[in-house]
Design a protein around this ligand. Sequence first.
Ligand code: 8X3
Length: 248
Amino acid sequence: MNKIACITGASSGIGLATAQVLANEGFKLILCGRRKEALLQLQADLSVESHVLTFDVSVLTEVETAFSSLPEAWKSIDVLVNNAGNAHGLGPIQSGDVADWDAMMHMNVDGLLYVSRAVIPQMIERKTGHIINLSSIAGKQVYPNGNVYCASKAAVEALSQGMRQDLNVHGIKVSNIAPGAVNTGFSQVRFKGDQAKADAVYAGFEPLVAKDVADLIRYMVMAPAHVNIADVTILPTAQASATQINRI
Ligand code: 8X3
């Protein structure tokens, strides 16, 4: 294996688990995130060569500077995992915090676009590549109080389809993953550190863990060249829809 995978949001959660799983497959890794210390720690723990890029996906100039700083040997990215994303708040639209809305739209939508824009040209040039976008069950089903987060993930769903169409002639695969409840730091961020609220999201059933989604990503990237696993919803067995969870 002499392939390079680039993962955004690699310092925690699904991004970190994906780094570990793809390292086990022998991928060289570009680890992207905002927290340099956490990324350096991950780099030290990995058994493969990696390159750390510290930047905020939602700031175009930071994205452009980061990717243009890549040494020649790291420029040919084979797999891009657009994982960086967050939820901020859960409440009715009329009392939404504009700063929360902006943060979600900037990170989940603009960030995915900016990073893709930085990575796609060399994939087109080489007529190969695989982009995996992390959407959510929230991108397929809106739920009460989810409003802007759901909208940001609905945008990811649309962008996965749009990218697949536009990049089709260039031989580039685009995959979309829509996870349900995954027990990561996601709910802690959504509820701004309120641990009790975060814990309640995953109480009474067995949620997914980050590695479950990372294993799906591994399956997608290891599929034969002629196979594109285009769109997968991955849920805990106890979850039937965005709002229906069988809790004990
Ligand atoms: C995370 C899943 O259902 O909390 O995107 O929106 S959910």
